[in-house]
Write a new protein. Structure first.
Length: 653
C-alpha cells in the first residue's frame, strides 16, 4: 500500500470513529456524512472490503435511523458489488446479511444470503456473523413454511447470542429475526422462554440502543399475544410504555411497538390513531398488513386491494405473511362484490397453510373461506368452516379468535334459518366475551344485541333501551313508550357512530372519513404545499393512493436494479408522506387554525352539538343523556355519565 493509499485508509478509519461519535449524539446528518466520507476514502484507496463494510453501516443508518429502505437497499447493493469478485472473505458474509431479516421481502432471497453468510462465518471462525446467519436462515425457513427447521436454527442463534457472541448490535439484529419468526408462527411460548435468558445477558433492557430495540420487539410480540387472548387494555399499556422507552433512548420514532399498536387501534376502530402510527412505515412488510386492514376498515377497498396484492407479489414463496394478506384480500374482494376473486384469495391462503401448524392463521383463513361460501349461498360449508375456526381458536387457547369464530358460526346459522342454533352459538360467544377486555365492532355488537340481547355485548345491567334507526333521509328514535322521527344530518350520523361503540374514542378525521366516504379523485398538485387548508378527506385519500402507487413502482425499480429511479421516486414519496403526516399534526409542524385536524374538530363538534340539541327538543330524556355523555374535541367519545349506564343503545344506520 502506497503512502497516499495509507493516508486515505487512515482518513476512512477516522471517519468511521466520527460516525460512531455522531450516532452517540443522535446527529443523523453527521452520521451519514462521515460514513459517506469513509466509503469514498476506502474506495479510492483500493480497499473494497473496508468500503463494503462502510456501505453496510451507511445502509443500516438509512434503514434503521432514517427509515429509508430504498436508500438502504441501494447501499447494500453497492456493498455486494464491491466484494462479489474477491476471493472468499468474511466481508462477503457480512454484506449478505446486512439488512434486518424482517426487511427482506422474499424469504428465498433471505435464505440464500443467510446460507452464504453461514458458510463464510464457519470457514473464518466468526461467531457473531454465524449468529446473524443462523437467525436469518431460521426466519426464512419459518416464512417458507418449514417451521420446525427454522425454529431449530433460531434456537441455535439465540444460544450463541446468550453465550459466545459478543457484538451487541449484531445480537440485537439476530434477536429481531427470532421475534419476527415467533410472531408470524404464533409461537409466543418460545419467544417468552428465551426472553428471560436474553434479559440476563443484557440483550433486553431499557438502556443502550441495541437492548432497547430488542426490548421493544419483545414487548410487541407479547402484546400481540395479549390481543389474541382478549386483553386489549393490557396490550395497549405495554405497547405505549415500549414506545416511550424506545424513543427516550434512541430519539427516533419507535418501530415494532408502533406497528403493533396501530394494529390494535384498527381492531378498536381508532382509525386515525392507527394511521398516525403507520404513516411512512408501510414500506415495511411488517407494517403492510395493519395498513391494509386500516384501508379495509376505512372502506377504501381499492387502496386496500392494491397494497395487499403488492405485498403478496413481493413475498413470493412466503407461506405465513402472505397467507395473512391473502386472507385479508378475500374480505376486500367480498367488499368489492367480486366473489370469485375472494374465493381465489381464500383458497390460496389455505393452500399456503396446507402443511402449517399455525392455528391462528388457519382459523382466520377458514373464516374468510366461510364468508365466501356464505356469499355463494353454500351455507352448510360456511357453518362447517367457521366451526373449524372455533375449534382452532380453542385449541390454541386464544379467546378472541374463538369469539370471532363463534359469532361467524352464529351469523351463518341465522342466515340459514337456524335461529335456535344461532342463539346457542351467540350465547356461547357472549359467555366467553364476558371475561375479555375487547371492543366489538358495531356490526358484531349489533348482531349480539339482536340475537341474544343487549347484556351480551355489554356488562351493563340494562333496564331501558334507546333505539336509533336510519330510514333514508330520516331517523326513527325511540325510548320507552315514545318514538319520534327526525331529519337525517351529518351530526346524527356522527352520533350514531359514537353511540354504537360506547367508550371508544374516535378521531374527528376518522368520523369525517367514515360518514362522508373516501373520495377517489386525484390530487390537485397546486395544493401540495399547503397541508393546512387542503388535506380534507378527498386529499388524504388521494395522497394515500399516490403513496401506494409509488411504493409499487419503487419495488419494480429495485427488482430490476434501477436504483437511481427508485431513489428519485422515494424522494417524491417522502414528500407525500410529509404532507400526510402534517395533516395529523406530526413532524413538529405547528397546526394552523385551518389545518385538516382543526377543521374536522370544529365541524364535527358543531354537527354533534346540533344533533344533540335536535334530539333534546324532540325527546328530552334521550337528549339529556347524550348531552351528558358525548365528549367532543379532536377525539370524540360517548361515555354514559353516572346513572345513565343502565340505558341500552341499539343503532341501525
Amino acid at each position: 500500500m502506497g503512502a497516499d493509499a495509507a493516508q486515505l485508509v487512515d482518513e476512512g478509519e477516522l471517519a468511521l470513529v466520527a460516525a460512531g461519535d455522531a450516532f452517540g449524539r443522535r446527529d443523523v446528518d453527521a452520521v451519514v456524512a462521515h460514513l459517506s466520507a469513509a466509503v469514498r476514502a476506502f474506495t479510492t484507496a483500493g480497499e473494497p472490503c473496508r468500503a463494503a463494510m462502510a456501505c453496510v453501516r451507511l445502509g443500516d443508518a438509512m434503514a434503521n435511523t432514517l427509515g429509508n429502505l430504498t436508500a438502504a437497499r441501494a447501499w447494500f447493493t453497492r456493498a455486494r458489488r464491491l466484494v462479489a469478485d474477491l476471493p472468499d472473505c468474511p466481508e462477503q458474509g457480512w454484506v449478505a446479511v446486512a439488512a434486518l431479516g424482517c426487511d427482506v421481502d422474499d424469504p428465498a432471497e433471505l435464505l440464500d444470503s443467510a446460507e452464504l453468510a453461514l458458510d463464510r462465518a464457519r470457514r473464518f471462525g466468526d461467531v457473531n456473523l454465524e449468529t446473524k446467519a443462523l437467525a436469518d436462515a431460521g426466519l426464512a425457513h419459518v416464512q417458507l413454511g418449514s417451521i420446525a427447521t427454522g425454529m431449530g436454527l433460531l434456537d441455535e442463534a439465540m444460544a450463541l447470542a446468550c453465550g459466545p457472541a459478543d457484538d451487541e448490535d449484531t445480537a440485537a439484529k439476530s434477536v429481531c429475526s427470532f421475534f419476527t419468526a415467533c410472531y408470524h408462527a404464533a409461537d409466543y411460548g418460545r419467544a417468552l422462554s428465551w426472553a428471560d435468558l436474553l434479559r440476563r445477558r443484557g440483550l433486553i433492557a431499557h438502556e443502550r440502543p441495541g437492548p432497547v430495540f430488542v426490548s421493544s420487539h419483545c414487548d410487541s410480540v407479547q402484546a400481540t399475544l395479549l390481543m389474541e387472548l382478549g386483553r386489549w387494555t393490557e396490550a395497549e399499556r405495554l405497547l405505549e410504555q415500549a414506545i416511550v422507552d424506545f424513543e427516550s433512548v434512541l430519539g427516533i420514532p419507535s418501530w415494532h411497538p408502533a406497528i403493533a399498536l396501530a394494529d390494535l387501534c384498527v381492531r378498536q376502530g381508532r382509525l386515525a390513531d392507527a394511521e398516525t402510527l403507520l404513516i411512512g412505515k408501510d414500506q415495511s412488510m411488517e407494517a403492510l398488513l395493519p395498513a391494509v386492514r386500516l384501508s379495509l376498515a376505512r372502506g377504501d377497498l381499492e387502496l386496500a386491494r392494491a397494497a395487499a396484492r403488492r405485498g403478496v407479489q413481493a413475498m413470493a414463496d412466503d407461506r405465513l405473511r402472505s397467507a395473512e394478506l391473502l386472507t385479508t384480500l378475500a374480505h376486500i374482494e367480498l367488499g368489492r362484490g367480486d366473489v370469485p376473486a375472494a374465493r381465489a384469495a381464500a383458497d390460496e391462503a389455505l393452500d399456503r397453510l396446507a402443511d402449517s401448524v399455525v392455528q391462528p392463521l388457519i382459523a382466520r383463513a377458514r373464516l374468510a373461506r366461510a364468508d365466501v361460501a356464505a356469499r355463494s349461498c353454500d351455507l352448510d360449508a360456511a357453518i362447517v368452516g367457521a366451526a373449524i375456526a372455533v375449534d382452532l381458536g380453542r385449541q390454541a387457547g386464544l379467546a378472541w379468535i374463538e369469539v370471532e369464530a363463534l359469532l361467524a358460526v352464529a351469523r351463518h346459522r341465522r342466515t340459514a334459518g337456524d335461529t335456535s342454533g344461532a342463539t346457542v352459538d351467540a350465547r356461547t360467544a357472549a359467555s366467553v366475551l364476558a371475561g375479555l377486555d375487547v371492543v366489538l365492532s358495531p356490526e358484531q355488537r349489533s348482531f349480539l344485541d339482536e340475537v341474544v340481547g343487549r347484556s351480551a355485548s355489554s356488562p351493563s345491567s340494562v333496564e331501558q333501551t334507546a333505539v336509533l334507526v336510519r330510514d333514508g333521509r330520516w331517523w326513527d328514535v325511540s325510548f320507552g313508550q315514545t318514538s319520534v322521527r327526525v331529519a337525517d344530518t351529518k351530526g346524527l350520523r356522527y352520533l350514531a357512530e359514537l353511540v354504537a361503540a360506547p367508550g371508544v374514542e374516535r378521531h374527528a378525521l376518522d368520523l369525517v372519513d367514515r360518514i362522508e366516504g373516501v373520495d377517489v379523485d386525484g390530487i390537485d398538485r397546486r395544493r401540495l404545499g399547503d397541508a393546512g387548508e387542503v388535506l380534507d378527506g378527498r386529499a388524504r385519500s388521494a395522497y394515500r393512493r399516490e403513496i401506494e402507487r409509488l411504493r409499487g413502482e419503487i419495488d419494480t425499480a429495485l427488482a430490476s436494479g434501477s436504483l437511481d429511479a427508485a431513489e428519485a421516486m422515494q424522494t417524491e414519496l417522502d414528500a407525500y408522506v410529509a404532507e400526510l403526516s402534517a395533516a395529523f399534526g406530526l413532524g413538529g409542524r405547528a397546526r394552523r387554525a385551518g389545518s385538516a385536524t382543526e377543521k374536522a374538530r370544529l365541524n364535527v363538534t358543531r354537527a354533534l352539538r346540533a344533533a344533540i340539541r335536535s334530539l333534546n327538543e324532540a325527546l328530552p330524556a334521550i337528549g339529556a343523556v347524550l348531552d351528558r355523555g358525548v365528549r367532543t374535541g379532536t377525539y370524540c367519545v360517548f361515555e354514559p355519565a353516572d346513572g345513565d349506564g343502565d340505558i341500552g343503545w341499539i343503532v341501525q344506520s
